[in-house]
Design a binder for this molecule. Sequence first.
Ligand SMILES: Nc1nc2c(ncn2[C@@H]2O[C@H](COP(=O)(O)OP(=O)(O)OP(=O)(O)O)[C@@H](O)[C@H]2O)c(=O)[nH]1
Ligand SMILES: [Mg+2]
Length: 466
Amino acid sequence: MNDKDTIAAISTPPGFGGIGIIRISGTGSVGILKRVFVPFTKEVADNFQSHRLYYGKVVNPETGAQVDEALGVFMRAPRTYTREDVAEINCHGGPAAVKKTLELALRAGARLAEQGEFTKRAFLNGRIDLTQAEAVMDIISAQTELGRQAAVRALSGGLRDKIEEIRAALAELLALTELSIDFPEEEVDYIPAEGLRERGTRIRESIIKLLSTFEEGRILREGLRLAIVGAPNVGKSSLLNALSKSERAIVAETPGTTRDTVEEMINIGGMPVRVIDTAGIRESGCPVEKEGIRRSKAAMEEADIILHVLDGSRDIQEQDPSFFSGEKKEAKKSRAITIINKIDLPQKFGSKVFLATFLQKGRDVVRISAKTGEGLDILISRIREMILGPVREYMPEALINLRHKTALEEADAALVRFQGGCGRNLSSEFLALELREALGAVGEVVGRTTPEDVLNLIFSRFCIGK
Ligand SMILES: Nc1nc2c(ncn2[C@@H]2O[C@H](COP(=O)(O)OP(=O)(O)OP(=O)(O)O)[C@@H](O)[C@H]2O)c(=O)[nH]1
Ligand SMILES: [Mg+2]
């Protein structure tokens, strides 16, 4: 990949739409625009003013034939997305029109952009840091309002600022540590090992605070995993359909209807939630059903929240709640809500049996009818509280992703070693080494010290044209 090339790509999604945008970036942009786009106002044809939109036509420079009617704009560096000269052509959004316009731009001297190459250039040219580049992708893939809000914060530098604060504190600590290497005899601003250690603690606190946002970030990006489990025929698939307001899962009177896990994305309080319907759990000789049950148990283990469904119109003994006894080791990670379904039918077990079995475990119990929809609003607000806590107005903070987490954990580990070294009065050279490692790790988050192959991996996850 040569960063000096002028690149071009279709920036709008494939398919039919009102407008399709061809984006061109690099020193050749204006030349290419002039060849393939002719403004209707003659005076401007040779003299595009920067950041002005012109009405004109896309033409084939070889034949002079008109290809489409379009708007064209030239934006001179550095006030552009990539900080390079950029041109854009807004033609009609049909696959043929955008493809032909792109083809003309390529023939006029542009190279087809790689995935994420525009954003990569914005990063390499210093307009945005790596957390902002990743935020661009998060905005594009945000599925809910809260996901969008978190991504916009990161895009405007929320995470970068926090990381830069940590970097600055680390750099200062490094300078203080090195001072005693350079001037071992003199008492210039000399800080005893205990003081250095304490400063390390303050930096670690900031790192740990950021690390604690990882789970929230994961949920906003990938969705919270909500597994619906229980005995056959209790109404799990009906509940999935009711929550997603769809007919996604097959519902039938026959126990053992659902064999595979079925997923549907829903939105609870702005959080994306992946609702997973599972096969009813029971002893079964059928190999297909057995595999389904294995998947149910796996889904239960990976879930953030488990909805354990019981059929209130049948005996509880029939529904063998003991399969759920393995929950204890998972209790820390997974939170569960017990649901009594089918409350529109005459109820077999009243609250007494129930309270004895479940409430002593401190579990939430919600009564619903997946059929009539009764109680669903209570269930949803219960789930919402579990995710967001009782806070009414939830505002997502600067949230970290797995890449950030790994780097921050490395930095924290180096700081722990640094502190250990302070405690044992190790030489300043050794202490400085650990701090440099912490600095390097933190720098990776914003892209200062990120290896080339990691950068390529990050940008390759973008779509073409971004
Ligand atoms: N009256 C009533 N019937 C319900 C309710 N929920 C589900 N049913 C019925 O119960 C039967 C089983 O529903 P499903 O949703 O398929 O149950 P399931 O738990 O997914 O069953 P498996 O996939 O076999 O494990 C169907 O006949 C549903 O119509 C409810 O709230 N009230
Ligand atoms: Mg089912």
